[in-house]
Ligand binder design. Structure first.
Ligand SMILES: Cc1cc2nc3c(=O)[nH]c(=O)nc-3n(C[C@H](O)[C@H](O)[C@H](O)COP(=O)(O)OP(=O)(O)OC[C@H]3O[C@@H](n4cnc5c(N)ncnc54)[C@H](O)[C@@H]3O)c2cc1C
Length: 568
């Protein structure tokens, strides 16, 4: 169904059981869970799917080693379990990540850790070998359910030097443990939505549709493309608007103060020396101020994060030069003799953690756990999904769905614990299956094995769907990025609710974050999108200009000064 057809359908049939506001990872996951239970539901987002906080994380699917320091055992137990489940349910995008903690002393941080552990306040700057070992043992224990990865191990100075020859000579040991990372976070969120739409005819999802008011038992929705207002009449509302939760409740005439947002930024660095030194590991290290930072290989580059700064306004946050300087300086302490400069930053992004309101002195001390808060407008219950991690979206969604099912007087008849997501369904499990998959795909669609392999990486087992929808153009490479084809891009635009050129470049593909954006490519993609979405030449120029502005102003992409900029 096109977006126009979906809008018409919603105008004609405004009744639904559940309205989910916010299509980040939490809203998308609730939407999928409800659809799998056969509940009629509508999902809306004021922008594109996964364009808020869910597009700005460190992209770790992790148990939260650092939450052991604050004694948040429930959260660590849930997160490690969810991590293990996701490795099985989304193997195309969620992969193990060997993670290394550099250690600078043997006994450092013991007293501070004990004080924090028992709820006191203490700054933890040095995490010594003993305290890290205690943490690792606990972490392994928590990760035991559905165990998917090896136990931790230690290396002492000489071995560390052999593995990471350029690491700071003050490192006396390292601990290596296993967490996971999500390579295509934005696509995984879209897949949750797509799975819901395929599972239940009563599930409807429309992007660029904002919840803007409430009157007469109906929620008002404003089409951000045309400013037209329509109404939906749900029995229950789920407010999954992340850092915008309080604003949405205000729009629904029930103001709340649930959220105390904290901005966090990341940079992508083009530094081949650093990338080689990491050898496919994440380094998870404490900065001189005690904050934990991380760096790991990301597409052909490295991802470095993050910061933690209280903010009031979640709109349009951007990574400031001060944040970049802070992150680069912490990294220079880890690899002092590798040249790390601001010019190597090829991309950056920022988002706001939807943390619960708290009076903690540092944002890092605010709990990362989640809660479901209920309030009501007229007879309409509103459940707000406060806090939470990317990692725990399934569990948070299951909790929310269970509450809704109870209130609808229904029973859960399907668990999402072992439910594959999108292209993770039928994904090859062994090297042998992978080889067979690549051979079969190459023969079926007439593409070289190397391209089949890169499509498997990009779409998992959904590559077949893209290839079929791509038709004749599936083997016609893009002039400015031959690893993609015309038919592939057309398939994404037509089948994946692409509304703007930015949706395609920043979310349905990894082109921007992987550092592949050029002006020629933007123009080539705009030409394909214009054909697929019937844009006029003025619309095409506007879309192109918007992507250029976004790439430069929000993500620090250095684009050559082009003719198109003169048209802005
Ligand atoms: C710097 C940083 C690093 C992080 N790292 C990790 C990590 O490594 N691992 C991890 O597990 N978690 C991590 N997190 C946490 C995780 O990203 C978030 O908890 C999670 O993405 C929150 O998702 P959400 O769906 O609640 O919110 P969002 O993704 O923000 O979704 C809310 C949606 O609501 C929409 N919306 C707003 N107003 C309206 C309206 N009026 N009508 C309709 N829609 C509306 C927005 O457009 C948005 O798309 C990190 C977060 C940050 C900021």
């Amino acid at each position: 169904m096109t977006r126009e057809a979906a809008l018409k359908d919603l105008r004609e049939t405004p009744r639904t059981q559940v309205l989910v506001i916010g299509g980040g990872v939490n809203g998308a996951a609730v939407f999928r869970d409800l659809a799998l239970q056969g509940v009629d539901c509508v999902l809306v987002d004021s922008g594109d799917w996964c364009a808020g906080t869910s597009a700005a994380p460190s992209r770790l699917i992790h148990g939260g080693l650092k939450y052991l320091e604050t004694g948040e055992f429930r959260l660590v137990a849930e997160s490690t379990r969810e991590r293990n489940l996701l490795l099985g349910n989304a193997p195309h995008y969620v992969r193990p990540l060997p993670s290394v903690v550099p250690i600078h002393s043997y006994l450092g941080g013991l007293l501070a850790s004990l004080r924090r552990f028992f709820g006191g306040k203490a700054e933890l700057v040095d995490r010594g070998l003993l305290i890290v070992e205690l943490g690792m043992v606990l972490y392994d224990l928590f990760g035991a359910r559905h165990r998917a990865m090896p136990l931790h191990r230690f290396a002492l100075r000489r071995k560390v030097r052999r593995t990471f020859p350029r690491i700071n000579s003050s490192v006396v040991a390292t601990a290596t443990y296993y967490d996971a990372r999500v390579s295509h976070a934005e696509r995984l969120v879209f897949e949750l939505i797509d799975d819901a739409l395929r599972a239940h005819a009563g599930a409807r999802a429309i992007n660029y549709l904002a919840a803007t008011g409430f009157a007469g038992g109906r929620v008002q929705l404003t089409d951000r493309r045309t400013q037209a207002v329509l109404e939906v009449q749900p029995d229950i509302v789920v407010n999954a608007a992340g850092p915008w939760i309080d604003r949405v409740n205000h729009a629904l005439t029930r103001p709340t103060h649930y959220i105390g947002g904290a901005k966090g930024s990341h940079v992508v660095l083009d530094n081949p020396e650093l990338r080689a030194q990491l050898r496919d590991h994440m380094i998870y290290y404490g900065g001189s101020d005690g904050r934990v930072c991380l760096i790991y290989p990301f597409f052909d580059h490295v991802l470095l994060g993050s910061t933690d700064i209280p903010v009031k306004d979640p709109d349009s946050v951007v990574c400031d030069p001060d944040e970049t300087a802070y992150m680069l300086s912490t990294l220079r302490d880890v690899f002092p003799d590798i040249a790390i400069t601001p010019e190597q930053v090829i991309y950056h992004y920022a988002g706001v953690r939807p943390l619960p309101q708290a009076d903690a002195t540092a944002p890092g001390d605010v709990t990362r756990d989640h809660s479901l808060e209920k309030n009501q407008v007229a007879a309409l219950p509103i459940y707000s999904m406060v806090g939470g991690k990317w990692t725990t979206f399934r569990a948070f969604a299951a909790e929310t769905t269970d509450t809704i099912l109870t209130s609808l007087g229904r029973k859960r008849h399907r668990t999402t614990e072992f439910e594959p997501i999108g292209g993770g369904r039928g994904f090859p499990k062994s090297d042998g299956e992978r080889i067979d998959w690549i051979a079969r795909f190459s023969t079926q669609y007439g593409v070289p094995p190397a391209r089949s392999e890169s499509l498997l990486e990009r779409y998992g087992n959904a590559a077949d769907r893209i290839a079929t929808a791509g038709g004749n153009g599936f083997s016609e490479s893009l002039a400015s990025l031959p690893d993609y084809s015309r038919g592939e891009i057309q398939a994404l635009i037509r089948a994946e609710q692409v509304v703007t050129l930015a949706d395609l470049i920043f979310r349905r593909t990894s082109i921007a974050i992987a550092g592949q954006l050029t002006l020629a490519l933007i123009e080539e993609l705009a030409e394909i999108a214009a054909g697929a979405l019937n844009w006029t030449s003025a619309e095409r120029e506007r879309e192109t200009a918007e992507v250029v502005a976004l790439a430069r102003d929000r993500h620090g992409v250095r684009l050559p000064s082009p003719a198109v900029l003169e048209k802005i």
